[in-house]
Design a protein around this ligand. Structure first.
Ligand SMILES: *[C@@H]1O[C@H](CO)[C@@H](O)[C@H](O)[C@H]1NC(C)=O
Length: 306
């Protein structure tokens, strides 16, 4: 590095900071490359600092089903109760939901898309999720209004809820307004609500508007039967941004407008289909070099921000 006269070994970085840096690597790199560098780094990867934010969404979509529970158990065990966000797709055994509940002391954000969690499991475990602020139950087909009500009744700090279904779920229309009524009745503090491809009528949406007074962002893309008078909504709820039900609505950059609000959550509702969020766009790729004891570079990693 030209112009860098002072050499500071990586080993002097606080473990917490190294943990934050390692978090930017892929799961495979954290679990295989980093521990091989030195004992200190191995200890960090074994400890909680890398696992405050456990986002293995990408890995979990690709992995073999039998690997999934073991990975979640291993990472939550390493987090030693410090995990504040868990993002994983496709969980399907009852034992893993129990395990998550047993290790959820610090959990604020729980994102379990495509999981097979049921109403009964939710009702049994939800008291242990009472500190959640953000919840993603997208494409969880085994839950109904009952589970939503249980979450709402127990999680009084919930400000974000996402329940995004798949377009094929719209095949046979059974209106699911009771899900929105459960939300309206039990989650008055919601600020962001995303409901996609769920058959709804406008009545339940109006109930949300009148009960959730703090709502800033409502995404109804794909809920085709919801006919809203957007002009009326704009006048009556000036602080609310409504997107959808037309899916083309997402071309209007609505998220960017909304994300300017200073939001302590730092949670991005963007995903691979919607594009990238602002803070991802400003970061360029950068490289980390791993130095051996003789200070030769023996491994390099390029960290990409897509
Ligand atoms: C919620 O957070 C408080 C304060 O951090 C903590 O004492 C309590 O145990 C947490 N509740 C659960 C169910 O983890």
């Amino acid at each position: 590095m030209a112009g860098c006269s002072e050499f500071r070994p990586w080993a002097y970085l606080l473990p917490e900071l190294l943990g934050l840096i390692f978090c930017k690597l892929s799961l495979q790199e954290i679990l295989t490359v980093v521990p091989a560098v030195c004992k200190t780094w191995n200890d960090i990867v074994l400890g909680p600092y890398c696992w405050v934010d456990i986002d293995i969404l990408e890995w979990s979509i690709m992995c073999k089903p039998e690997q999934l529970d073991r990975m979640v158990q291993m990472l939550l065990t390493r987090s030693s109760g410090a995990c504040s966000r868990l993002t994983v797709s496709g969980l399907h055994t009852e034992s893993i939901f129990n395990f998550i509940a047993d290790n959820s002391e610090s959990l604020k954000k729980l994102e379990l898309p495509r999981s097979e969690i049921t109403d009964a499991i939710v009702e049994q475990l939800v008291p242990r999720f009472s500190n959640l602020t953000s919840l993603d139950l997208s494409e969880c087909h085994k839950i109904t209004a009952r589970a939503l009500e249980a979450f709402g009744t127990n999680c009084k700090s919930l400000v974000e809820l996402r329940r995004r279904m798949h377009p094929v779920d719209m095949g046979e229309i059974v209106f699911q307004d009771d899900q929105l009524y459960a939300i309206a009745n039990t989650m008055p503090k919601l600020r962001r609500l995303q409901i996609n491809y769920l058959p709804l009528t406008a009545n339940s949406v109006l109930e949300i508007l009148s009960r959730c007074k703090d709502l800033e962002y409502l995404d109804l893309r794909g809920c085709w039967d919801v006919k809203l008078n957007k002009k009326w909504i704009k006048e009556k709820y000036p602080n609310l941004k409504v997107v959808g039900p037309d899916i083309l609505d997402f071309l209007d950059n609505s998220w960017e407008d909304c994300s300017d609000d200073s939001d302590s959550s730092g949670y991005s509702w963007m995903d691979e289909e919607d594009g990238v969020s602002d803070d991802e766009q400003v970061l360029d790729d950068f490289q980390i070099h791993f130095f051996g004891p003789d200070l030769d570079v023996f491994a390099s990693l390029t960290i990409g921000f897509p």
